[in-house]
Design a protein around this ligand. Sequence first.
Ligand SMILES: [Zn+2]
Length: 182
Amino acid sequence: MARANLGGNRMRELRAVNLDQITEGIRRATRPVSILWQADDTLAFVARGREHRSEFHSDPVDEVMYMIRGDMDLHYRTPEGEEKIAVIREGEIIYCPAGVPHSPRFAPDAFVLVLERKRRGDERDKFSWFCEKCGGVVYESVKHVTDYNADPVSRVYEEFYGTEQNRTCSGCGHVTPRPPGR
Ligand SMILES: [Zn+2]
């Protein structure tokens, strides 16, 4: 008997994920991120906070953040270039529209659940650093994020802190210092 086409891997068994188990796993791991799933129209991951987070991330897709444990200061920039902070407390959820440059700052013992969707072929993510002296753009890295397992945030931090040239403001010459331990 011919088998019906059940839509390939869409017909896998459906299984729930326990967020407490995920955060415990990340706490013991060196990787700061655990990917829950990556599908065309939805992807989800849990991340712990990173110390000295300084870049602003501008995604081509909407993002929803839910604080599982601890609080977050979500720095973001208005279209006029003003920096603002939205505080997300434990148990609170926030919507960050596509294209808003944002910098999620929270402690390594705090955990966020992030919901987005997979990038299309022509969509790019932008990671920007701004000068603490003059406010101009110091460095920008544009990436096609194909797989969150590759930890794209860690890769752009290696780029930025890897050379003094990338950390030097072309406007005023100020060099963004390396944080301790980088
Ligand atoms: Zn500057």
